[in-house]
Design a protein around this ligand. Structure first.
Ligand SMILES: [Mn+2]
Length: 347
C-alpha cells in the first residue's frame, strides 16, 4: 500500500485513542486470516494500551490454538455481547452481516472500524481501511504496524504470518504479491518459525477430517465438459473443519470453476466456490446472499441438496456460457486464456 494509508493510519490511530473497552470481531466460520488478524490486532492494541475484547461468532478452529492470544478469543455463540460497545473493530468481514452475534455489541451510538480486503466489501464502517489488492487482512495490519512503529511481538508476528500464509494458500493463489512474500519474509526475520506454523496449521489434520476428505472426493461430479467440478459432504459425513477441501476439486486439470458444499445441519449448507479463470464467483455467491472475492467466494443455503445442486448448476452454467462467448475470436474459435493472465483482477 502507498500514499493513502498514511492518512487512514492516522485516522485509525485517533479512532483507537480512548480508554473505553473496544470489541474486536471477525467473520463467522473463521479461517486463518480471520483468527490470525484477530489475535495480531489484539497484540497491536495491547501495545497501544487500548482495552479490548477479541470475539468471534463460533468456536475458533482448534488448529490455531498455538497462536499467542488464541485463549483470549470469546466464542459469541456461547457468550453473546451483554452490552453495546462505544467502539467496534471488524476485521476481514466483507459485510457487517458476517459477524453473527457480534452485532449485539453494536448500537446506534457505536462507531465502527472496518479493516478488510474483500472484493465485495461494503464500506459499513465510520472508518474504513479496505484494500482489495492485499492478499489478506493480516497483510494490511502489517502495514499499520509499520506506520505506527509497533514492535512485532510473537502474538502479532504469528497472527499476521498465519493470516497471509492461509489466505494465499501458501503462496499458491494469484492474490500472492511480491508484498505478501516480503511481509512473510520480514515476519520470519522477526522470529516467526515457519515450520512450527506448518506443523500446527497444515500437518495437523485429524483422522476424522482426512476420512471426510475421502468421502468428499468420492462424491466428485464433473459438469459442462469438465469445466465445473463439484464435491460435497451430506450431514452424515460432515465435519467442522473443511478448509481447503474445495481446492482439490479446483486443482483438476481443465477445471474453470469448483464448488464444495457441506451440510452443517440437516438442510443447511455451507458452500465454497473457486474460480481458476477470470470468471467472478463472488457474483454467483452474491445471488445466494453470500460474497467473497472474484476467485474465492461462499454462501449459505437452506433447502434440499437436490435444490441446491439444481440452482448452483444453473447459475454457474450462466457464467460459464458468458465466458465462452467472451473468449470467441473473430472466426468463432474459442480462445483459451491462461488463468495466470488475469493476475491482479481479484481481491
Ligand atoms: Mn481474509
Amino acid at each position: 500500500m502507498s500514499g493513502p494509508i498514511k492518512e487512514i493510519a492516522a485516522e485509525i490511530r485517533s479512532f483507537l485513542s480512548g480508554l473505553d473497552e473496544m470489541l474486536v470481531v471477525t467473520h463467522f466460520f473463521p479461517d486463518g486470516d480471520a483468527i490470525g488478524s484477530l489475535t495480531a490486532f489484539g497484540g497491536m492494541l495491547d501495545q497501544l494500551g487500548v482495552p479490548h475484547v477479541l470475539a468471534v461468532d463460533d468456536a475458533p478452529p482448534e488448529k490455531y490454538s498455538f497462536l499467542p492470544g488464541y485463549n483470549r478469543i470469546v466464542n459469541l455463540k456461547q457468550r453473546p455481547p451483554d452490552r453495546v460497545f462505544k467502539r467496534v473493530a471488524v476485521l476481514d468481514a466483507g459485510a457487517i452481516s458476517r459477524i453473527g452475534a457480534g452485532d449485539k455489541g453494536i448500537g446506534p451510538e457505536t462507531r465502527i472500524l472496518n479493516i478488510d480486503h474483500h472484493f465485495t466489501g461494503k464500506y459499513y464502517g465510520h472508518v474504513n481501511l479496505v484494500d482489495v489488492n492485499a492478499a489478506a487482512t493480516a497483510q494490511i495490519l502489517f502495514e499499520l504496524c509499520l506506520e505506527w512503529g509497533l514492535e512485532i511481538t510473537p502474538q502479532i508476528g504469528y497472527g499476521l504470518y498465519v493470516g497471509i500464509i492461509t489466505d494465499t494458500g501458501r503462496f499458491r493463489f494469484v492474490n500472492t504479491s511480491a508484498r505478501s512474500v516480503e511481509v512473510c519474509a520480514a515476519l520470519i526475520a522477526k522470529g516467526v518459525d515457519s515450520g512450527w506454523v506448518t506443523e500446527n496449521v497444515f500437518y495437523n489434520m485429524s483422522l476424522e477430517v482426512v476420512r471426510a476428505l475421502t468421502n468428499a472426493l468420492a462424491s466428485l461430479e464433473m459438469h459442462y465438459g469438465g469445466r465445473l467440478a463439484l464435491i460435497g459432504l451430506d450431514h452424515d459425513r460432515h465435519v467442522e473443519d473443511t478448509e481447503g477441501f474445495v481446492e482439490y476439486a479446483a486443482s483438476i486439470k481443465g477445471v474453470s470453476m469448483a464448488a464444495f458444499y457441506s451440510e452443517m445441519e440437516p438442510n443447511v449448507f455451507k458452500v465454497s466456490l473457486r474460480s481458476r479463470t477470470n470468471l467472478d464467483v463472488s457474483e454467483v455467491a452474491g445471488r445466494f446472499g453470500g460474497g467473497g472475492h472474484r476467485k474465492a467466494a461462499g454462501f449459505r443455503f437452506r433447502g434440499k441438496l437436490s435444490n441446491l445442486k439444481e440452482r448452483l448448476l444453473y447459475e454457474l452454467r450462466g457464467i460459464l456460457e458468458s465466458d465462452l462467448i467472451n473468449k470467441m475470436d473473430e472466426s468463432g474459435v474459442q480462445v483459451r486464456v491462461p488463468w495466470l493472465s488475469v493476475k491482479g483482477a481479484e481481491g
